[in-house]
Ligand binder design. Structure first.
Ligand code: DP6
Length: 398
């Protein structure tokens, strides 16, 4: 039997939107109430690997996620598969030499390279990888922005994960969503020294899922109306400019303000939605204190729909920031895999050399609210890979 296969990796862009997507004008098509921007993170640290196979012999579409068979029944997934099959069918109808595989069933096998338990599993990476892998299997000629519209139907934020570097999701105006797509603001190479430290904050209970949370906000928050009409449109242009200018100060201020604005609309929702916990709030204060200490903006925080903090900084300021972060979080997992004992010792020395001048209180217990630190940086979009999760018969490798 003939089995066609393809594999791709896709980056995880969870918790790294710098201008937040929050609110839909169309639930079915995942059309947003505002444009948004995100930074794609390097895949050495956080990525999804997805392999797909198709054969005339497969009786049904099937999905295996991190070794477990999962349902493909959700309307969102079905919408993605339908769009991809339609594009393939178009190709087949124009070119007789192409194998007619658009009606064959698909096997999709997907794995994350980070523990799901870390609280970082994301539908964004999952849908981006799924859509890109099938687009590759079908040899679809559409540009990446077109493919992003399909990923958008899976999960709004997934549309930004099909590009690397700095990515905008233009909200569009049309009712059918044909102009609501991701575009590259700048490639990774344009501003490659941007780094991110993710503090994985322990959550005691499950957060409100973003899909329903944003629905509550749209329906009940007055502040939200102000945000989408007056705040975000201006900020969208300013943030794009700050990226093109590689103006960290501007980028950082906008990122922090937009994170705060998003969480303010959550609090203004009724009943209110709380994503930040006490640890998150202490991290916010810490970042402002560090910036104040150095007399300039060297670090920026952002939080998505959960308590995890992402702290952005430029490589040249790393020791400035890590003298504080290593002092406070040396006990949490994640440093040793990235830095030698010598470098870590240097962060400690740097802290000792400035500690007399520190005017603010450092909370020695802050690390207790943090599970691990992930040290990463801006990265590439989905990549071709020789690795495959499926065998010659198109089933998951044991
Ligand atoms: C807070 O993309 O998960 O991360 O479109 O309903 O699947 P659905 O929502 P999702 O929402 C992400 C919201 C956010 C902000 C952002 O990514 O910009």
């Amino acid at each position: 039997m003939t089995v066609y296969t393809a594999s791709t990796t896709a980056p995880v862009n969870i918790a790294v939107s710098t201008l937040k997507y929050w609110g839909k004008r169309d639930k079915q098509l995942n059309l947003p109430t505002n444009s948004s921007i995100s930074v794609t993170l390097a895949q050495d640290d956080l990525r999804t690997l997805t392999s797909v196979a198709t054969s005339s012999e497969f009786p049904e579409d099937k999905l295996w996620l991190n070794g477990k068979e999962e349902s493909l029944a959700s309307e969102r997934t079905q919408n993605c598969l339908k769009d991809l099959r339609n594009l393939r069918q178009e190709l087949e109808s124009k070119d007789d030499s192409l194998p007619k595989i658009s009606n064959w069933k698909l096997h999709i096998v997907s794995e994350n390279n980070f523990p799901t338990a870390a609280g970082l599993a994301s539908s964004a990476a999952g849908f981006a990888a799924l859509v890109v892998a099938i687009a590759k299997l079908y040899k679809l000629p559409q540009p990446t922005s077109e493919i992003s519209k399909i990923a958008r139907k899976g999960s709004g934020s997934a549309c930004r994960s099909v590009f690397g570097g700095y990515v905008a999701w233009e909200m569009g105006e049309k009712e059918d969503g044909s102009d609501s797509k991701a575009v590259e603001v700048a490639p990774l190479s344009h501003w490659s020294n941007l780094k991110a430290a993710i503090l994985v904050v322990s959550a005691d209970k499950k957060d409100t899922p973003s899909t329903s949370g944003m629905q509550t906000t749209v329906q009940t928050s007055d502040l939200f109306q102000w945000r989408i009409k007056e705040v975000v449109p201006k900020r969208f242009e300013e943030m794009k400019k700050s990226i093109l200018d590689k103006d960290f100060t501007k980028f950082a201020d906008l990122t922090m303000k937009d994170s705060n604005s998003f969480h303010a609309t959550c609090l203004d929702s009724y009943p209110p939605i709380f994503y930040l916990n006490d640890t998150s709030k202490k991290i916010i204060k810490l970042v402002h204190s560090i910036n104040e200490f150095y007399g300039k903006t060297v670090a920026a925080y952002t939080f998505d729909a959960g308590p995890n903090a992402v702290i952005y900084y430029e490589d040249q300021n790393e020791s400035k920031i890590f003298s504080f972060l290593y002092k406070l979080f040396s006990k949490v997992e994640g440093w040793e895999s990235k830095y030698s004992q010598e470098t870590l010792g240097a962060f400690e020395q740097q802290f000792d050399s400035i500690k007399e001048k520190i005017q603010f209180q450092l909370d020695d217990e802050l690390y207790k609210g943090v599970n691990r630190i992930i040290l990463t940086k801006v990265g590439d979009g989905p990549q071709d890979t020789k690795e495959s999760l499926v065998n010659a018969e198109g089933y998951p490798k044991a």
